[in-house]
Every structure is written in C-alpha cells, then in structure tokens.
Design a protein around this ligand. Structure first.
Ligand code: NDP
Ligand code: MG
Length: 388
C-alpha cells in the first residue's frame, strides 16, 4: 500500500511535536510533505531531517538564511515568509494537520481546506472566528474535516451521523485547569508560571492560559457549535479533573456514549491521521482497572467567567466571536508579559465585547481579518491606557 502524505502546519509546537512523534513511529505508513514553523529553526531542521520531509517552511522571513545553511546537502526544499507558508499550505497531501496556534492559522487552514483531502484540525481559533468560511471551503473542495481537539475528537468518535436528530445534548469535559481548587482571591494573584502549569496536559503557552481561565472551554463550545451544528443549549460543559473521559453524547432514548483515553494528544491526533482505520499508538493506554475515581462537578462561573462570555459571543453572532478571540489573544499575551493580571484577561475581553460590530458583514475573509486586526489594535490601546 502506498504511503499517505501528511503536511504538518505548526510542526514545532506541542500538537506538532506529538504529530511528528506519530509520523516517526509509523514511518512505514506515512510520508511527510510540508513542515512549518514560525521561528524555531532548530526544531524544524531536526524534524525535517528525521522525517525526510519534502519541504520545510519558516514563517519568519529573516530566518531564511539560517534555515538554508542548516539544511545544506539535504534534499529538502526550503522557503520562508508568510506567502511561502500559505503556498505550502496548499501543497498536495492526503492529510494536513493544522497545528498553528491562534487566528494566525486561519489562512493556512483555508488554503489547505480549499485544496481538499483530510484536514486534521487542532487549531480551534480559525473555527471560532471563521467556522463557516472553513466549512464552505470544505464543501466546495470535498475536504473532510477531522477534529483533533480531544473533546471534539471524542464527540466525533461517538457521534452517530445517522442519528444526529436524536441527540439531546453533548457534554465537553474540562479539567478545570491549575486553579480549580483556588479561591477567587488567590486566582486574582496568579502568575504566568502558575497559569501555564497545567495539571494534566503539556501544551503551548496560549492554550495553557486559556485552560486556566476556562476560555479554552468557551472557545471549545463555539468550536463544537461549528463542527457539529448544535446550538449553545445543546453543548454542556462539566468539570472532570482526571481528563479521562473527553466527552459525552446523550441521546433522546437515554443512552449516553462517551470516549475515554489517557490525557495524551497522540490519541486524538492518531485517530485523525488514520481515520477511518485505526493504528497502534505510542502513547500510554488506559487501564480500566486503574479508574478508581472519576469526579465531575459544575463549572463555577464566578471564578471562571470566560465560559459565560464565550457563550454570549456564540449567541450574539460571528462578529462577537471574532472580537472575543482577538481580544483574548492580545490579553493572554499581555498577561504572559506581566502587563496585566490574570483576571484582567477576562475584564479586557468583556470590555471589547461591548463593541458594536453590526456594520461588519463578517462573511468574507477580508472583513473577518479587518475586524480581527481592528480588535487587536483596540485591545492593545485599552491595555496601555488602563494598565500603562
Ligand atoms: P504551540 O504554541 O505549542 O505551537 C504553535 C505552532 O505554530 C508552532 O509550530 C509555532 O512555530 C507555530 N506558529 C506560531 N505562531 C505562528 C504564526 N504567526 N504563523 C505561523 N506559525 C506560527 O501551540 P499548541 O501546539 O499548544 O496549539 C496549537 C493549536 O492547537 C492551538 O490552536 C490550540 O488551541 C490547539 N490545541 C492544542 C492542544 C495541545 O495539547 N497543545 C490541545 C487541543 C487543541 P514556532 O515553534 O516556531 O513558534
Ligand atoms: Mg480541548
């Protein structure tokens, strides 16, 4: 059987790294086309050589010479810059793994989706801000979107496509992040180091902070709305600190189907890489006899208001989702740079959500990018004014 070609956009990140580990583990099944990074030349070079990639792309154009000299003598095409990244995103592949972080991944996701094939998508922000664009691109090209985010991959695995109308609701689980048991007073004092120390998952810094505020779960509610065509009230969230059950699908006949697995991103990534077949994993496997305790509790919306904010954005339409996503990206980065406190992330987002976006016809890429840019500028100015 011929090998399946895989492109990995954002291969040097946390999801990217896990994908690379699987591609190496199954090197007899997969060949690697494109690998991309933004600035981590060293890791990109290591991965490209190890996986015998066809093409290595660095987003930061100024790093072209460094990439070139590091790959001298290798039969690997190299390129640099945003344009090159977008061109490479449309290169032929059976599966493209979309693992860039943030809204910056939107255009690469769209390029890959317009080309077609399987789109294994971890990068949730493009779905939050421009879900219908991505879906209509898939419809046109025939691309199949496979969710990699663990909860959405879990829903995908247990969703009976033919029985969609019989779904009462789905439930996404949330670990609760590092501050689940902290008091609101202590959470207000949380530092970036404490926020990125996630109890169950090792992830990039942005999503780690989002997990600590629970904005991640809020974005995931919107992501589930986009992927599974369900309204807000049919997407529930429950705290489950062990992160063993990733989602539940509750059907009208009282049956509840769920997906369990070790909290390791290689499991959903491999599912998306091998779908509709299944391959052996190199991740730890869950021993059902080890499940002595599985806890569930309601989300405390006072301690974690981000979830409520995301639900408001979902109900108020695409414009507000773009605003929330952009404001959150800027606020998280300001928090990581110690410009604002932990709870300020949510205050900054709430403030931006007040914007009147009704004049934006958020149906085209240009308008979506314009609203995203404008929100970023406004958020930066607001932070400067308020926090100096
Ligand atoms: P990381 O920050 O670890 O990695 C991001 C990747 O994208 C890196 O390869 C980085 O390159 C590249 N990148 C960053 N900025 C840009 C840019 N402006 N243009 C092009 N490439 C860029 O992120 P994660 O792997 O944690 O997350 C990736 C996505 O997957 C996010 O959307 C996240 O929400 C989602 N996700 C992540 C999970 C996880 O376990 N980490 C779980 C579920 C979803 P470089 O290394 O050079 O900076
Ligand atoms: Mg998730």
């Amino acid at each position: 059987m011929s090998k399946k070609r895989v492109n990995v956009l954002g291969s040097t990140g946390s999801v990217g790294d896990n994908t690379v580990s699987l591609l190496e583990f199954h090197s007899d099944k997969f060949e690697v086309g494109v690998l991309t990074a933004q600035s981590n030349v060293k890791k990109l070079v290591e991965q490209a050589i190890k996986l015998k990639a066809k093409h290595a792309v660095i987003g930061d154009e100024s790093l072209y010479d460094e990439l070139k000299s590091s790959l001298v003598g290798q039969d690997i095409e190299i390129s640099a810059g945003r344009r090159a990244l977008l061109d490479a995103s449309s290169e032929r592949a059976d599966t493209t793994v979309c693992a860039i972080s943030g809204f910056a991944g939107l255009e690469p996701v769209l390029k890959a989706t317009e080309r077609g094939g399987r789109i294994a998508i971890a990068n949730k922000e493009p779905l939050v801000a421009a879900g219908s664009l991505v879906k209509s691109a898939a419809k046109k090209s025939g691309a199949v979107i496979l969710p990699v985010d663990s909860e959405h991959n879990a829903v995908f695995q247990v969703l009976e496509q033919d029985n969609q109308s019989s779904i009462d609701f789905i439930t996404l689980t949330a670990s609760g992040g590092p501050f689940l048991k902290w008091s609101l007073e202590d959470i207000k004092q949380a530092t970036p180091e404490q926020a990125v120390a996630h109890p169950n998952w090792a992830m990039g810094r942005k999503i780690s902070v989002d997990s600590a505020t629970l904005m991640n779960k809020g974005l995931e509610v919107i992501e589930a709305h986009v992927l599974f065509d369900l309204p807000d009230e049919k997407i529930k969230v429950v705290i489950h600190p062990q992160s063993t059950i990733h989602a539940f699908v509750s059907y009208s006949d009282g049956s509840v189907l769920s997906h369990l697995g070790a909290p390791d991103m290689r499991i959903p990534i491999l599912h998306a890489l091998s779908w509709p077949e299944r391959l052996d994993t190199n991740a730890p496997k869950l021993d059902p006899t080890s499940l002595s305790q599985l806890d569930f509790e309601e989300v405390d919306l006072e301690k974690f208001p981000a979830l409520g904010l995301a639900r408001t954005a979902l109900k108020e339409g695409v414009g507000k989702r773009i605003v929330l996503n952009a404001a959150n990206e800027i606020a998280v980065s300001a928090f990581l740079n110690k410009q604002i406190g932990f709870m300020d992330i949510i205050n900054v987002c709430s403030e931006q959500m007040e914007a009147d976006v009704s004049a934006y016809a958020v149906e085209t890429l240009d308008v979506i990018i314009a609203l995203d840019n404008q929100t970023r500028e406004k958020t930066k100015n607001y932070i400067l004014e308020k926090h100096g």
